[in-house]
Design a protein around this ligand. Structure first.
Ligand SMILES: [Zn+2]
Length: 384
């Protein structure tokens, strides 16, 4: 038997599944999704659901289970939730304590997105138990690595995911998110020639060179803002988030590196965004030296609303019936939904909890959101 939703959620929060997000200074015993995967797998087995592991990286598996209804399904829907969380530095609550106080459950992942995963599992379990006639086929997918490089959902899609709709769990306060920006990142490097800083004219200062590129990127950012914005999501943006270079105050630096973060709107590609900035910088006044750009890394594609009209209407009607009302939003943060939509499957984002509490030092979820969220997903899949 599946435990109650608050119990299920507290057990998930007590199982650390921290995504190191490229860091190497975190304790090994809280890292990665394996504990959560094993826990979910056990419950799915108990249901008789025959879950399948999809290896993504060593020790990091997506977990997939399918509900096949007793009668020909009107459609197939994917319920997708990620298993990982962001790190727990500087949290003011016990990150794995799952403390309940005043109707809130506290802990890392409580809101983003173990609550969303728990309600998907609960809705799936209920379908499995009740097997209502006329219900949809449901593919339940728990993915890895959403918080960093989206490897889990990329593997899920690569393995040939086929469905009519997808609902991706993120905290939306039981509203529907149908559009979000994408993000692509890369690094730009300048090289120079080191020498003693008492005779700087004998060297070439890589930081000065980077300074010119930075002036160019600041101008480029203004240019992006002046381009026509996306009607739902607003303008394209670029930001430089980190700079490193030099070894000491008395050495003319021979290298400098920056991290560029570019937010994409629907219709843009990562490669074109990178190429466009590079071309702009090459022609920028004062840039009379070579520089290099690392390969762009697409963390997440943009999600547009063009595929999901019917899904938004269908899900919205179910939310109204259960919760009384809903809103349809466009948001700046990325999710797994755009990768699924990239495979031609209409996808939206939906779940209990508020994104304002995600990744925070006292992350919590309002437990009153769990039952309605599970009911909405169940009724959506019951399809009548
Ligand atoms: Zn999330």
């Amino acid at each position: 038997m599946l435990p109650s939703l608050p119990t299920l959620l507290s057990e998930l929060v007590r199982l650390p599944s921290v995504n190191p997000m490229g860091r190497t200074d975190l304790p090994a015993d809280i890292l990665y999704e394996a504990r959560v995967t094993a826990y979910l797998e056990r419950h799915l087995r108990d249901l008789g659901a025959d879950p399948r592991r999809q290896p993504v990286r060593p020790g990091r598996d997506n977990l997939i289970a399918v509900y096949d209804p007793p009668t020909p399904p009107p459609f197939t829907v994917v319920f997708e939730a990620h298993q990982d969380t962001v790190p727990v530095d500087a949290m003011t609550v016990d990150p794995f304590g799952a403390t309940v106080e005043g109707g809130k459950l506290y802990g890392r992942g409580a809101c983003d997105v173990k609550a969303g995963g728990a309600v998907m599992l609960a809705a799936f379990a209920r379908l499995f138990k009740e097997r209502p006639a006329g219900s949809a086929r449901v593919i339940l997918a728990f993915t890895v690595d959403e918080e960093h490089t989206f490897l889990g959902v990329q593997e899920l899609v690569k393995q040939g995911l086929q469905a009519d709709y997808a609902i991706v769990a993120e905290p939306t306060l039981l509203n529907i998110v149908r559009a979000h920006k994408g993000v692509v990142r890369w690094q730009v490097e300048t090289a120079g020639r080191a020498c003693h800083s008492s005779r700087p004219e004998q060297g070439v200062n890589a930081i000065y060179r980077m300074g010119r590129l930075l002036a160019g990127i600041a101008d480029y950012a203004d240019r992006l803002r002046a381009q026509p914005p996306d009607a739902l999501l607003g303008p394209r943006t670029v930001s430089v988030g980190r700079i490193t270079g030099g070894v000491s105050p008395n050495t003319v630096p021979d290298s400098c590196r920056i991290d560029v973060d570019r937010r994409l709107i629907p219709g843009e590609t990562a490669a074109a965004a990178g190429d466009d900035l590079t071309a702009f910088l090459k022609a920028y006044p004062g840039v009379d030296f070579p520089f290099t750009c690392t390969q762009t890394h697409t963390a997440c594609l943009p999600l547009g609303p063009e595929l999901s009209g019917e899904l938004v209407a269908r899900l919205g009607a179910v939310i109204d019936a259960v919760a009384g009302k809903h809103e349809v939003h466009a948001v700046p943060y990325g999710t797994d939904a755009s990768t699924i939509a990239g495979a031609g499957i209409p996808a939206v984002v939906f779940g209990p909890g508020d994104i304002a509490q995600a990744h925070t030092k006292d992350e919590w979820i309002d437990l009153a959101q769990l039952d309605p969220a599970a009911e909405i997903l169940y009724r959506f899949a019951r399809a009548r």
